[in-house]
Write a protein that binds this ligand. Sequence first.
Ligand SMILES: Nc1ncnc2c1ncn2[C@@H]1O[C@H](COP(=O)(O)OP(=O)(O)OP(=O)(O)O)[C@@H](O)[C@H]1O
Ligand SMILES: [Mg+2]
Length: 392
Amino acid sequence: MLANRSALVGESVAIEDILRTIEKVSQTDSTVLISGESGVGKELIARAIHENSNRSNKALVIVNCAAIPADLIEAELFGHTKGAFTGATQNRLGRFEAAHGGTLFLDEVGELPLQLQSKLLRVLQTRQFEAVGSNKTIEVDVRIIAATNRDLETAIQTREFREDLYYRLNVIPLKVPALRERKSDIPQLISHFITQFNQATGHSVEMPSGQILEALMAYDWPGNIRELENLIERLVILKGQGTVDLGDLPHRIFQKFAEGRPSGTGALSEWEFPRMVLPNSGLDLKAIVDAFENHLVDQALARTNNNKNRASELLQMNRTTLVEKLRKRGMIQTVGSRNRMKAENNHPTGASTGSDSNSNSNTNSNSNSNGNANNNGSLLGNRGGFIPDVNA
Ligand SMILES: Nc1ncnc2c1ncn2[C@@H]1O[C@H](COP(=O)(O)OP(=O)(O)OP(=O)(O)O)[C@@H](O)[C@H]1O
Ligand SMILES: [Mg+2]
């Protein structure tokens, strides 16, 4: 087992694998390339490698290659002499020297400018370099860990990343899967962050369970562990104590969970209701309910590419009822009114500029509306704004 797990929480097969790799590589000086999406824990893993190595009593120096302007990064890494460039008022030690005896973590290494990639390659091969403005060669003993959230193999193909540097860095590849690929870690992570933020704030929020935990497990966490950590911090601070309620979760999480629930059993769960607070001044109930209805109808149409049969199934209503609702909103013309309109104003808005566009206009008026009615009920924003009242 690792002597120092460095707070790497998780029990998935993926995390166990990562822990085993950390344990092995920390006993060596080999270069490690950690890859994975933003927020998966690359930096935490780099720290764990350093802390478990025999370099742990020396510095771990972190350089974020994406955060330093291209023209400063060379001096930042290798140091500079006094007068080497405008603003260099004194000699300055670079990060490589600062990491002597320890570990240098090159974060977002994929963002390193090409010209510096060749310099880095040389340092990896020889551990030697010169400070900017100096011709004295410096030699360091540094263990390198690099990280990237970019696919470097693609960057090699587009000639943004040197292939020889990639192979030098990728001696020990360590791929960190996204949180959605190791959802079994979620409960332990939540518990870890709840404890951590309760301790930090003196609050006493309880570990979520039941539907709340289900919802947190159903969500895909595009921002990975950082997103989960931030949410738990917010919940602890805003709740202060007690249990987390459905209404405390952000809409995106609530929505993902609600979408995946079986419905149509008659009794809607609390999940499926929109959560709206009745303003002190009251509200126009009919207008709000109408707007909500339109919102769901439009979603059903968008999801079915305006297929009214399938949309009405999704909404569990008769097709004729749906059609009637659309007609009331002016989103469907009857054939009669369409012909009348054509005759009256020689409709100038269609995309067809040719003279002979009438033969198929009934069905084509909607041919550009593939799907995306947005949430404002904006099917009316389509060309012509109407859904053809044909079989679909
Ligand atoms: N397995 C884990 N257990 C506990 N906390 C974790 C774990 N993985 C990541 N974290 C926490 O999640 C946050 C993000 O992790 P980290 O900064 O290491 O990710 P990253 O991959 O370097 O992200 P980025 O690409 O955005 O820099 C940190 O606060 C870290 O402590
Ligand atoms: Mg990072």
